[in-house]
Design a protein around this ligand. Structure first.
Ligand SMILES: [Mn+2]
Length: 461
């Protein structure tokens, strides 16, 4: 880590250490929830009183609520982009963030000021971890990795830069094991054939979306997919030999269908196993852990995920898994709706307007799943529109792409920011996933504008 960043973290932490009662305000996704857990664990270690609020976004309404609580506030995984709003509110603040900052400020730690890319090099949970580590508390390294994976910072096949330092700590503490293996989602908790059925990164021609074909494929390799007469094996139940056989058969299939080499490469890479968690539980694999947290957040119960991060394996853990179930059920219905309804197409994008049919909380996830469910081919980004529940004159837009499109130049965050600004809305986000809010009556012009922006991104003009 750059000396300068570490020194500034220490100065920042030294000041934070003087507080005796704080309020942590964090984001409602996997990164924000794990970041919040890391900070609450730190404050309990330091015997500093701490409450927390986990929120979807930091707007004036949330700021007013925060102000009413009348404590020093530690913003986590958010705040750098809302510095003006925070300053205006007059609250006593600390910001620990990795999003694009507005300006430098000595009550803020953010990797962007030191030449790091907050999109890839470190997450909000990672920054919280470094703050904790500088104060002598480094036992949550594994959670910081869940945050990074939740923000898709391992999408190239491994974590790097500042995340690599955290990984080194976790490996040394024996809480995490790194292995080169199949990186498909669900290696711990899903039956093998369902892991293949839902594979979307990469999409496996002839298998993704077809459960029967996946089962036959596994059987054709002489791998028994059943654990016993009434349960299925997950990937981690396979023997080493069976895993190798499966991976090379998947390789061959992708090559046969001319899937680009770099997409095939991404299928195998680092997987991060949480060694203190039970085998076959969602918490055992960093990616599945992150999905569980995202489900809690999107089902509007992030505090249940938070309790699990802080060690609850009783009631809250049961509730978290129930939330995951209902989350999956909502997604299943969303996908069903979308495949019946189909999508509209422009030269550079797909889009659909779900109106009120799909909840705005999950519509982005549904849009991203449209590739895996073979509702759309992976050749263009997809925009999903939904009613804004809080303001009927506005619409929420969720944009999703895939790794191949990002490689070709697509940056959804830029497109959403630029496109929405033109019509008096606001937007932003990551290259692969982003969102915006726009006036309802501008929907068609917005689609046209974004179509042009994508064209520019792809051709450079
Ligand atoms: Mn984040």
């Amino acid at each position: 880590m750059s000396r300068e960043l570490w020194d500034d973290i220490k100065i920042f932490s030294g000041r934070l250490r003087q507080e005796d009662d704080v309020l942590v305000v964090s984001h409602h996704d996997a990164d924000g929830i794990t970041a919040c857990a890391i900070l609450l664990d730190l404050f309990s270690y330091l015997e500093i009183g701490a409450d927390s609020i986990i929120t979807k976004q930091l707007d004036s309404k949330v700021i007013a609520e925060i102000k009413g609580i009348n404590k020093s506030v530690v913003f986590s995984d958010m705040g750098s982009g809302q510095l003006n709003l925070i300053r205006e509110s007059g609250v006593d603040y600390y910001i620990i963030d990795h999003h694009q900052p507005l300006e430098k400020d000595d009550r803020q730690v953010n990797p962007h000021f030191y030449g790091y890319d907050g999109g890839r090099d470190v997450s909000g949970a990672g920054m919280a971890y470094f703050v904790a580590k500088s104060l002598g508390r480094d036992d949550m390294a594994h959670l910081a990795l869940v945050g990074a994976v939740g923000d898709m910072q391992d999408s190239s096949g491994s974590l790097h830069s500042l995340n690599r330092i955290i990984l080194g700590d976790a490996v040394e503490q024996k809480t995490v094991k790194v292995k080169n293996d199949l990186r498909l989602f669900g290696r711990q908790s899903r039956p093998v054939h369902l892991m293949l059925t839902y594979a979307s990164d990469p999409i496996i021609p002839g298998l993704t979306g077809n459960q029967q074909a996946c089962l036959q494929f596994i059987e054709s390799l002489e791998i028994n997919p059943r654990r016993d007469s009434n349960s299925w094996k997950s990937y981690v139940d396979l023997s080493l030999g069976e895993r190798k056989k499966l991976i090379s058969a998947l390789y061959m299939r992708l090559l046969d269908f001319n899937v680009p080499e770099y997409l095939i490469q991404g299928m195998v890479g680092e997987v991060y196993t949480l060694l203190k968690e039970e085998k076959r539980s969602e918490l055992r694999d960093s990616k599945e852990y992150a999905t569980l947290m995202n489900a809690c957040g999107r089902q509007e119960n992030p505090e249940i995920g938070l309790a699990v991060c802080l060690g609850d394996r009783g009631d809250k853990w049961d509730e978290a898994r129930e939330l995951l179930q209902s989350h999956r059920e909502m997604l299943r219905k969303g996908i069903q709706y979308l495949s019946k309804r189909g999508v509209n197409e422009r030269a550079q994008l797909y889009y659909f307007n779900a109106g009120g049919e799909i909840n705005e909380r999950i519509i982005g996830v549904v849009a991203g799943m449209a590739y895996g469910a073979k509702i759309i081919p992976p050749n263009k980004p997809i925009l999903a529109f939904a009613l804004d529940r809080e303001d009927p004159s506005m619409m929420k837009v969720s944009a999703r792409a895939n790794w191949a499109l990002v490689r070709r130049g697509i940056h959804l965050g830029d497109a959403m920011r630029e496109g929405s600004r033109e019509f008096g809305g606001e937007g932003g986000g990551h290259d692969i996933a982003a969102g915006a809010t726009i006036p309802k009556k501008k929907m068609d012009s917005f689609i046209e504008a974004v179509n042009n922006i994508f064209k520019k991104q792809l051709t450079g003009r």
